[in-house]
Design a binder for this molecule. Structure first.
Ligand SMILES: Cc1cc2nc3c(=O)[nH]c(=O)nc-3n(C[C@H](O)[C@H](O)[C@H](O)COP(=O)(O)OP(=O)(O)OC[C@H]3O[C@@H](n4cnc5c(N)ncnc54)[C@H](O)[C@@H]3O)c2cc1C
Length: 363
């Protein structure tokens, strides 16, 4: 019998535990994780004034800090110096290991796959391939027991990334946040993270109504072919739901967290900051009171933006280009980092292409 069982030793679970154990060190907690190894991938986040400091709060070390970003399409290249803000990239495996090592003495962990969950009046039964456990509360970062959002107008962010070594030298102080490629039915772009002069992560991403990895693979290969590659280091793939209807769900005893808990920002799929912020502000709460609330104005703007991507995928890139081309890059970053002030919202509204946004709003 546990006070709390957490399914998954992933990002959202560990961010939560790191904060919650500061105020609830007496709880008997079990983590059930299906995989002993940790995925090798990268995860990025905005940092800077007013944004939750991931190093200070969670002890997470960045792999790379970018003070410059670029946004481009076939006609225009926008380069911005974003200081005092930065775009930081973290090694997912190292991040998971760092946080886990800092809390591992206060929790139990078993490596097994949860196959079913049953909520009863005063407890939750968690069945794994080998055992059955009982707990007062269950926190799940998986899709088990979660009702899917019945949303026909759903977009998926799906991406293929390849980390490569190149023969020639590449500038490595700028993150290519989005280089839009032409597509009539999806928002399509390349996202490049140069780690050093010779090592780059090239990621081809689509916001589409359906996931077409086969087609994306071809586009990704064409993008890779523009580099003089010495070695392919590793590949990563992912799918993140993009919808304002992909909402947080909980019952009396089961709390869904993470990507499956609706924590990801609908318009970008970014989750790290949201999960970190949520964990910090909820550390004093009882498990029975934990809920995840989104900011109404951000959700509203995300909804219009997603509609623009859904109905006008060939034109949606102009929203990003216009936004990033404005002189108010700090407002754009605060908006993307979930901490916009009122005047940031006003500036965002002034700097988005009116016609597409209004058409999307009335759809
Ligand atoms: C390739 C990729 C890149 C991303 N990049 C970014 C980014 O740059 N910035 C950002 O903010 N977000 C990013 N995201 C989105 C999101 O932040 C991450 O996916 C993040 O890891 C989600 O955290 P989580 O806790 O929901 O899931 P995870 O971190 O994936 O953890 C879930 C854990 O649950 C375990 N598990 C699953 N099912 C079971 C089961 N039945 N029984 C036991 N254990 C189980 C899994 O093995 C895993 O360890 C990215 C996602 C992907 C896939």
């Amino acid at each position: 019998m546990y006070d709390l069982i957490i399914i998954g030793r992933g990002l959202s679970s560990l961010l939560f535990l790191k904060q919650y154990l500061l105020t609830h060190s007496d709880l008997k907690i079990l983590i059930i994780e299906k995989s002993k190894s940790v995925e090798n991938r990268y995860i990025s986040s905005w940092q800077g004034p007013g944004i939750l400091d991931l190093k200070k709060e969670y002890g997470i070390d960045h792999d790379k800090v970018y003070k410059k970003i670029s946004i481009s399409n076939e006609e225009i290249l926008i380069k911005k110096n974003i200081a005092p803000y930065s775009y930081n990239t973290y090694d997912y495996k190292h991040t998971i290991e760092t946080i886990f090592n800092s809390i591992k003495d206060k929790v139990e962990i078993i490596y097994d796959e949860v196959i079913s969950i049953k909520e009863k009046y005063n407890e939750v039964n968690v069945k794994t391939k080998k055992y059955t456990f009982i707990s007062q509360y269950l926190m799940s970062s998986t899709s088990l027991n979660k009702q899917s959002a019945n949303n026909k107008k759903m977009l998926y962010q799906y991406f293929i990334g390849t980390k490569i070594k190149i023969n020639n030298n590449h500038t490595h102080d700028t993150c290519q946040l989005m280089h839009f490629l032409h597509s009539n039915n999806e928002v399509l772009f390349n996202y490049n993270l140069p780690f050093d002069q010779k090592t780059i992560l090239i990621e081809t991403t689509a916001f589409g109504k359906k996931v077409h990895f086969e087609n994306l693979e071809k586009i990704h290969k064409r993008s890779l072919a523009t580099f003089n590659i010495a070695k392919m280091i590793k590949k990563e793939k992912g799918v993140i739901p993009m919808s304002v209807n992909h909402k947080f769900q909980r019952t009396a005893r089961i709390i869904n967290i993470g990507i499956h808990g609706g924590f990801a920002r609908p318009s970008s799929g970014y989750m790290l900051l949201r999960a970190a912020q949520w964990s910090k502000i909820n550390k004093d709460k009882n498990l029975k009171d934990l809920v995840f609330k989104e900011k109404i104005i951000i959700n509203f703007l995300d909804k219009i933006f997603l509609k623009a991507c859904y109905y006008y995928p060939d034109k949606a890139n102009s929203i990003f280009v216009k936004l990033f081309n404005s002189n108010d890059i700090a407002s754009v970053i605060r908006f993307l980092a979930d901490i916009p002030k009122l005047y940031d919202i006003v500036k965002i509204l002034m700097n988005t292409p009116k016609k597409i946004m209004i058409n999307a709003l009335i759809k």
